[in-house]
Design a protein around this ligand. Structure first.
Ligand code: NAP
Length: 289
């Protein structure tokens, strides 16, 4: 089982959850408040907006929950991607059959040729519809396949796999979808609390080394993407979903995926260029790198 491990502290949870006793290690010296507590309204709730969402790794876990919650709003068009169309897609297909605005496409984020073919299909889909841009690109797909590897036992294969899927994937997806990322588009890179150097330097955790390295690299990629895309008016930021009960997070995790996704959607609804290049928790609290 690929367990994600204990996540960083959430100091001011926006949404109620009963598991704070597990979240004991605070990396924040003084309590920080969630920017969700500001009065800025969530713009995607505006009736005039018909957002187009692209979500990678949508067949299970957090990705599937994003599609589940987003597809309840008829304004949303969703391109949900899966590593392969031949795996068990029962839950995702059920959402697609209920909602004609849910489209399922194949995208293996560990394969440049798959990402290229996927981007071509997105272009065809957009050309054939009234959509003009991708409003939200959620780079959610990720692996923690060698969680037992530590600093003194890591392998080239383990490191390469995490870097290829968790870092190069989001880089190539943004590069290939660039024509559809325009003024107002938002790119969210799904990182992890254990990709925070500030957290890790205070934590005793030693497992998941290659995964942690890949998420630190993803954070740096986010900072660079944010700078590259600033002139286009595109926001790029990274998000820690918390420690969530999925196959990766495991049963011992503290957050239900419904709660984490609800929080992240609220963050996504309010994030703008002033938040580009930054790192947020699922509840809108800014996280230390
Ligand atoms: N759960 C947590 O506690 C937690 C905490 C911090 C960060 N995260 C991050 O949140 C994201 C989602 O995690 P999760 O908890 O939902 O994990 P999960 O339940 O293991 O789901 C991972 C998803 O990513 C997909 N994926 C893996 N490799 C892929 C590839 N090469 N191409 C396309 N899709 C691929 C999987 O597809 P297949 O079914 O085809 O393998 C699956 O849909 C990840 O980036 C993870 O690092 C999770």
């Amino acid at each position: 089982m690929e367990k994600e491990g204990l996540q960083g502290a959430d100091t001011t949870p926006l949404l109620e959850h009963k598991s704070n006793k597990y979240l004991t290690l605070s990396i924040q010296k003084s309590p920080q408040t969630s920017f969700l507590k500001s009065k800025v309204p969530p713009f995607y709730e505006g009736a005039s907006k018909m957002p187009l969402w692209v979500i990678t790794g949508a067949n299970r876990g957090l990705g599937l929950e994003f599609v589940t919650q987003l597809s309840t709003n008829p304004s949303n068009t969703i391109i949900a991607t899966t590593r392969t169309l031949t795996s068990d897609l029962t839950s995702l297909r059920a959402l697609e059959s209920k909602n004609s605005k849910v489209h399922i496409l194949e995208c293996d984020t560990g394969s440049e040729s798959s990402i290229y073919s996927f981007a071509k299909q997105v272009t065809e889909l957009l050309n054939a519809s009234s959509e003009t841009k991708i409003d939200f690109l959620l780079n959610n797909a990720g692996i923690n396949s060698v969680s037992q590897e530590k600093a003194l036992s890591m392998t080239a294969e383990g490191l390469n796999d995490q870097m290829r899927i968790n870092v190069l994937g989001p880089a190539k997806i943004v590069e290939n979808l660039l024509p559809h990322l325009k003024e107002g588009s938002v790119v969210m890179n799904m990182t992890s609390g254990i990709g925070s150097l500030a957290y890790s330097s205070e934590s005793e955790m030693t497992k998941c080394t290659t995964y942690c390295i890949s998420k630190v690299a993803l954070n740096m990629l986010t900072v660079h993407q944010a700078k590259e895309l600033r002139e286009r008016g595109v926001t790029v930021f990274c998000m820690d979903p918390g420690w969530v009960k999925t196959r990766m997070g495991g049963e011992g995790a503290v957050l239900e995926k419904e709660v984490s996704i609800k929080g992240m959607l609220e963050v996504l609804g309010r994030v703008g260029v002033d938040k580009s290049g930054r790192f947020y928790e699922w509840n809108g609290v800014e996280k230390a790198w």
